[in-house]
Structure formats: C-alpha cells, structure tokens
Design a protein around this ligand. Sequence first.
Ligand code: ADP
Ligand code: MG
Length: 314
Amino acid sequence: MPGPGEFDIIRDYFSGAPQGAGVVLGIGDDCALLQPPAGELLATSVDTLVAGRHFPADGDPALIASRALRVNLSDLAAMNARPLWFTLALTLPESDADWLQAFADGLFMCAREYGVSLVGGDTTKGPLSITVQVTGSSAAPLRRDGARAGDAVYVSGPLGAAAAALPVILGQCEVSDREHRRALAAYYEPVPQLHTAAAIGAIATSAVDISDGLLADLGHICRASGVSAEVQIDALPVAELARALAGERALELAATGGDDYQLCFTVPADKLAELEALAPGAVRIGTVIAGDGRVHNRLNGENWAAASAGYQHF
Ligand code: ADP
Ligand code: MG
C-alpha cells in the first residue's frame, strides 16, 4: 500500500500543531501571519540535520524530531531569545505512516514543552533531511561580540556527555541498558539553556551555545569580540556520563566534543557575585584576556593542546 501523499502528510501529521502566542494564521496558507511582541527584537535561526551525518537514518523518529527542534531552540537560548514559532522543511525518501506519526508525536511533545508553535513548512521527496527554522523574541539579546579583557568565562553545565554517547548511538560499542538510555538522552535530547540565558541576560557580555565543542565555540566569541581567552582545562565540569563511557578521554571530550548545547558566556569581573546568585549551576572555566582571538588552555599549570580542534563540516 502506498504511503500518504504530500498533502495528506501535511493535513494528517502537521496541520493540527498546537498554536500559541502571536500566531494570527498558522499552517495552510501561502505564509503564516505572525504578531511579534511589541518592543522586542526577533531572533531567527535555521539548522539542517542530514541523515547519516547528523543522526543515524534508522534512529527513533520521535528522538530525531526532538533533536531537530532542540538544537534550534539552543540557538535561541544562546541569544537570550524566548521561543515563539518554528517551520519544518522535511525531505523524506518515502512516505511511511508509522515513521511520520512517531516523528510528529516527538516533535509536538517537544514543541509543547517549550511553548513553541509549528506555523509552516515544506514537504518534499529525497534523501532524509530535516530543516527547522525557529524564531523567538528578545528584549536583551546576548551576542558573540561583547566579551572584554578581564571578563570571566563560564559554562552553564556539564560537558562531554553527547560526544561520549556518539559511539553508543552509532552502535560501535556495547553498554548496559541503563547507559544506553542515558546515551540516547544525551545525544537526542539536549536541554536548550533558556533558563540560564534568561538569568544571565542582563549581566553577561557575550554568549554562544556549545554545538561544535567548547574550545571551538569559545574561539567564536574571542574572534567576534577581538580578544583571547585563557581556559583552565582542569576546571571544566565533566559530565558523569562522559566519565562512565569515555574514562580517561572524558576531559578531552568536555573540552572539544560537540553536541552538548550548554552555553559558554562571559561576565564582567564586578558581576561575579550577582552571577553566582542568578545561575548557581554555572561553572567558571577561565578569563578573557587581550589577544588575537586564540584560546589558550592550561592544565595543571602547563599549556595544554587538544588532540582535535572541534567539529568542522568541511
Ligand atoms: P506552497 O506551495 O505555497 O509552498 P505547500 O503546498 O508547500 O505550499 O504547503 C501548504 C501549507 O502546508 C503551507 O502553509 C505550508 O507552510 C504547510 N506545510 C507544508 N509542509 C509542512 C510541514 N512539513 N510541516 C508544517 N507545515 C507544512
Ligand atoms: Mg511548499
């Protein structure tokens, strides 16, 4: 039996999306009509996840959907923007009703959790690929270019779990059922750090979400801000799952592994007491210094170089 066609897919799986604030007209017309919150800036971002590159093609469709939305929400968190709306461009090799139902269920569960409305999209045939574009709004956006020499560098929480989970996700190693479940959660269900962003929005000077690896992403802040940074590698909060799965390599994964979607941000020296009250889970890992955009790493008083520089697509 042939699967549902393009218009059936849109009607049966996506047009019933929960609609929240600011949606004047949702799915079904040539465009959605959206009412931005008065006095705030819109923040918008898009990410494409390609099967076999960003997730395994045979992965759980509900988890794939959740990851596709979460990585985009993380970009909003990095700008201190509140999630409002998203669109979904779905390219499918075939139309498989069970896959679509699980995908839509996973997508809407996540959308409800974060109060974000699906307002449109595109559905085409081809190699499996998922593009989500999110829009949010912010009264106090956090950018990459505001770090200044003397600021402290923080991360919002533990690092290395998703990178340590990847070999498990790819079926390259055997672990206990419990570790397997934790690996799936670390890789497919990163938590966009919206609360931390809201807490630090008024005092942080810059922020980035850690998608490519801490040192690579902190490098983006440094180059955008025209500064350098010194990182105490021994101060990094290493995720418990990274230690359990990667042993001695856990620290390296915390420094360079991607996909954790914690935030890295900078705070002026005179705001540190305030910061610790606002974001008690954040961990100081270094200091911004004058320089040419490079990140200098120290471990036990010595210079430390990562074996790999972080994820790059090309
Ligand atoms: P158009 O030809 O004007 O681009 P489409 O036929 O592609 O319109 O889509 C019809 C409606 O369904 C539009 O409102 C579009 O935003 C929406 N839509 C299409 N695919 C999806 C999808 N995967 N998820 C959500 N909405 C979708
Ligand atoms: Mg279209």
